[in-house]
Design a protein. Structure first.
Length: 214
């Protein structure tokens, strides 16, 4: 029993290994950016594990921009409205599309997000578009390492050991270990504590240079 308890602690510890993150941003047009009050998050593109994951990344940008004094129209509000009006994500990359999206949303600028890598290696970039002329006001990018393999293995190991402990000895222990391992592996994967943590850290790094609105 003591051996199982020790192994559980070690396996669980793997789940909470912290990932690393870096990022930076650049203001392209400071005078025009200084007039921006309302920002709408209108696009999340790239490779994501799930639609929910894209929404989480958008929410992290929402948090950072709001903390800097901007009124932010959330992605889960802006995107459905634009879709109903026939504005596709790629349309906001054009001058006419940006202007139309800005009028529909009442936004001074549009934020587009791209996640070309999302897994053990993660990269995120963002661009702020002026709704008046489609020009780029600001852009940033960053990357991080989630160490997901440790999350999955740690979760499976912890689940298997827990199942074995519950099942006792002999056949019950084996069955408990198999069931617990499967459940633990799924828990380690779907919870994705490193993915969430590192994605947030990357966004924070990217937005450090974003001007504060007073």
């Amino acid at each position: 029993m003591r051996r199982i308890q020790v192994m559980l602690v070690l396996a669980s510890a793997a789940i909470f290994m912290a990932g690393c993150a870096s990022g930076q941003g650049y203001t392209m047009n400071a005078p025009e950016l200084s007039t921006v009050r309302t920002i709408a998050i209108v696009q999340v593109a790239g490779m994501l594990d799930s639609a929910a994951g894209g929404g989480q990344v958008a929410e992290y940008f929402n948090e950072r921009l709001s903390s800097k004094g901007y009124a932010v129209i959330a992605f889960n509000e802006a995107r459905p409205l634009l879709s109903r009006e026939g504005v596709e994500p790629r349309d906001v990359e054009t001058r006419e599309g940006a202007a139309r999206a800005g009028r529909l949303l009442g936004a001074d600028a549009l934020l587009t997000i791209n996640v070309p890598e999302f897994g053990q290696e993660m990269s995120i970039s963002a661009r702020l578009i002026d709704t008046r002329d489609g020009s780029t006001l600001w852009e940033g990018s960053g990357s991080g390492n989630t160490e997901r393999v440790w999350t999955t293995v740690g979760g499976a190991a912890a689940g298997a050991l827990a199942g074995a402990a519950i099942g006792g000895h002999g056949g019950g222990a084996v069955a408990g270990g198999v069931v617990g391992g499967a459940a633990g592996g799924l828990a380690g994967y779907f919870l994705s504590p490193q993915e969430q943590s590192v994605a947030r850290k990357v966004v924070v790094k990217i937005c450090e240079s974003f001007p504060v609105r007073y």
